[in-house]
Every structure is written in C-alpha cells, then in structure tokens.
Design a protein around this ligand. Structure first.
Ligand SMILES: Cc1cc2nc3c(=O)[nH]c(=O)nc-3n(C[C@H](O)[C@H](O)[C@H](O)COP(=O)(O)OP(=O)(O)OC[C@H]3O[C@@H](n4cnc5c(N)ncnc54)[C@H](O)[C@@H]3O)c2cc1C
Length: 388
C-alpha cells in the first residue's frame, strides 16, 4: 500500500536518500526521550549524521557536497524530524544556511570554500547566533548589543547571544554585531577559543535537545577577512523552509502514532478498534485536512523556489504562508492526535507529550506569524487592481 509520506518523492535518487534518512530517524527516535528528559545534547546523533554524509548535503558539488535542492532539503528534514524534532531543527540551521550561502554568494568566495571543504572533510557545522535578550528576534530588525571594534589584525567582539542552537558542538559560528565607529551591523565568522563560553541556559518546554544555550563572547578576536558584510543575491529566504519541514515531521509522527493507536486499541466495551467509531474517524479526517493542506503549501513553495530562480525575492509571501500554515496546523494536528489517543496521550512513556511540547517552538522561529501576516497584507495591498 502506498504511504502518504512518500507522496512528494519525485525520483529514485530522492527515494534512496529518503530511505537512508528514515533509518537515521528510527535510530534517533530511540534516543529522543532521554535527551528530552535530560535536556542533553545528542552528540551521538550528530556523529551518525556526519558518518551518513547528511552534513554535506547542501554543499556545492565543486567542494565535494551533494548540492541538493530546497525541495529535497524539505523532504529529508521532514523525515529526520519524524524521529527527533530537536536534532532535525538543529541540523536544519546548518544545512539550511549552507544552501543560503550557496545561492546568495554573500560570503567572500574563499571563506565559503574553506567552510565547505571543512564540512566535507571534518564534518564541521555552522550556525548564526543573532538573537539577544534585549533585541529579541533578529527578524524584527533590532540592533545587537554585541559590539565589534576594529583593531590591528581584525575585530574584537564582545557580547552575549541567546538561543544559540548547536552551541555545544560548533567550533565556528557567525554572530551579528554592531560596529559603533561605522554605525552599522555586520556578521562575523568566529572560531571558538578560550574567549568564547557556552552558558547552559537552555531549559525549555520543548526542543530541549537543541543545545540552544547562551554564548558569551569576551573580547574575541577574529581576522579582518572574517567580517561578512556582503548581502549577495536576494534569495527570498527560501532556506528557512527547513523550519516548517521540521514541524511537519513532528506532526506526521503524531498523526501516525494516533492512527496506529486507533487501529489497534480495542476497549472491551467496544469489541473492535476505536478506528471504527464515527467520532474517531471524524477527528482523523480533521487531522488529515490540517496536515495535507499545510504539506501541499510547503512542497509547492519549495518547488517554486527551486524553479523560479529569478523570482525568488517575490516568493516571500508564499514562503511565509507555507511556514505559517505548517507551524500552526502542526500544533493543531498534534492536539487532534492526542484527542484520538485520549488520556494515555499524557503519559511520559509515550512520545505524544513530547511532540506536543516540541511543536509549540515552531511559532517562535522565523518568520513569526505577525511578520507573515504583514508580508501577505502588503503584497495584497500593492497588487495591481484587476480591470473588469
Ligand atoms: C528552538 C529554537 C531555536 C532557535 N535557534 C536560534 C538560532 O540558532 N539562532 C538565533 O539567532 N536564534 C534562534 N532562535 C531564536 C528565534 O529566532 C527568536 O529570536 C526567539 O524565538 C525570540 O523571538 P520572539 O519573537 O519571541 O522575540 P521578541 O522579538 O523579543 O518578541 C517577543 C514578543 O514581543 C512582540 N514583539 C517584539 N518586537 C516586536 C515588533 N517589532 N513587532 C511586533 N511584535 C513584536 C511579539 O509579540 C513577540 O511575541 C531559536 C528559537 C527557538 C524557539
């Protein structure tokens, strides 16, 4: 029987990678509960990701990577999150940013090439730490309180970043910092050293194994060439679809758990599985509508972004809509899945309560709902009126 999850696979190559990632996801699912409970970072998952070649999926082929499309990134991230949302979100920042750098060309070529070669050879990962306590989400344009001051040989950077996903494992990362002498903000690539410390602040409701701690920069020196001020080509921010792909995977896991429960749970007052009950079928139907609608937006947006290269900046409303629909519908899907399972869904022995907590985090990843609504409203208002 066809599996719904496979509906968006388009080729044998995509099928082969998807099968490989499903095996990883199955392994990660076994470790997820413990890392969630402890709030520990799943180093062994990242060793497996490295071993499997996952970390180099979006690296350009000229540097030894697989150069996969955004569509395939979504396909694979969704499957990874099916096993463990935290691991998928965390590695999503890495492979997503490499895709973004590949398509925008916003870093100096030699810096990007060096990072790519290191990803392929050593399993290096990257992420950007832009959020701060005082400025909030960087997507709202706040000025960082982290400061960069130029001196002989480079830039000295001081500040504190919050929500620094992957911080336990990264040996290099990007930070945004304000340059007072130029009255502007810029990104800087930093190598971890004794002036960088990770303060283990990440103790949250969900996504507990992402290692999103605070990172403190105590006058870290980075080279002159490590200032990454270029904006490159505007790609519309398509890479951020790694975020809804993750929350779609969590929703799929909740849906499949509830379906299996409905097929197999036979209360002795009923004599047949609860899947036979009209009320349960109604809830399953509602779950399918939320899930399938959002999923079709997600894949349509990724596909358009891949194909319509010259139109990428104008795809922002579509990309935002996909993120909005997926993250909000995913919250509803997990809720409906728990209603199907009933009281047992609250048990910490079952994964549903973790999905319920993890899926909430999507609302607080960019672009946030109010930004998407604003983008869609502006696009609608600026539209040429139709002549009738
Ligand atoms: C699991 C997870 C992983 C993350 N990983 C990273 C990472 O690797 N790197 C990174 O840099 N960040 C990361 N983030 C941080 C994320 O991008 C946001 O910065 C963070 O969630 C705070 O966003 P916010 O909208 O709640 O914050 P704020 O911007 O402080 O907003 C708080 C509330 O105030 C309101 N608000 C504030 N300003 C405005 C405004 N101008 N207009 C309208 N409303 C406003 C909104 O209602 C909002 O709900 C991560 C977040 C999560 C949850």
């Amino acid at each position: 029987m066809n599996r719904y999850v496979d509906q968006y696979i388009r080729s044998e190559e995509e099928q082969a990678r998807a099968s490989m990632v499903e095996q990883l996801a199955a392994r990660f699912a076994k470790r997820a509960a413990q890392h969630d409970r402890e709030g520990s970072f799943p180093f062994e998952n990242f060793a497996d990701l490295r071993e499997s070649g996952y970390l180099k999926l979006t690296v350009p082929q000229e540097y030894g990577g697989e150069e996969i499309s955004l569509y395939e990134l979504v396909l694979l991230q969704e499957r990874l999150a099916y096993g463990d949302g935290s691991t998928a979100l965390a590695v999503g920042w890495h492979i997503g940013q490499v895709l973004h750098l590949r398509t925008t060309g916003k870093w100096p070529q030699e810096v990007f090439a060096d990072v790519c070669r290191s990803i392929v050879q050593d399993g290096t990962m990257i992420n950007t730490f832009a959020s701060e306590a005082a400025s909030g989400s960087p997507s709202r344009g706040g000025q960082p309180e982290t400061i960069a001051v130029s001196e002989e040989g480079g830039w000295r950077i001081t500040g504190r970043k919050t929500y620094s996903t992957l911080s336990p494992i990264l040996d290099r990362f990007v930070v945004s910092a304000y340059i007072p002498e130029e009255e502007c903000t810029s990104d800087f690539l930093i190598r971890r050293n004794e002036r960088v410390s990770v303060v283990e602040t990440w103790d949250t409701l969900g996504m507990r194994a992402t290692g999103s701690h605070d990172v403190v920069l105590d006058g870290v020196l980075t080279g002159t060439g490590m200032r990454l001020s270029g904006k490159g080509t505007d790609d519309g921010g398509g890479w951020l679809l790694h975020i809804p792909a993750c929350y779609m995977g969590i929703a799929m896991a909740a849906r499949d758990f509830a379906l299996e429960f409905a097929r197999s749970y036979r209360p002795n007052n009923l004599g047949e599985p609860i899947a036979s009950l009209p009320s349960v079928q109604h809830t399953i139907g509602e779950m399918e509508i939320e899930l399938r609608t959002a999923r079709s937006f997600l894949y349509a947006a990724a596909d358009r972004w891949d194909r319509e290269k010259d139109e990428r900046p104008s795809l922002r409303p579509e990309l935002g809509l996909a993120k909005y629909a997926v993250t909000n519908n995913a919250v509803k899907v997990v809720d409906l899945a728990m209603r199907i399972v009933g009281g047992a869904s609250l048990s910490r022995k079952l994964p549903l309560e973790r999905y319920y907590r993890d899926v909430r985090a999507g609302l607080h990843n960019p672009p946030m709902d109010n930004t998407v609504l604003h983008t869609l409203a502006n696009a609608a208002i600026q539209e040429q009126p139709r002549k009738v």
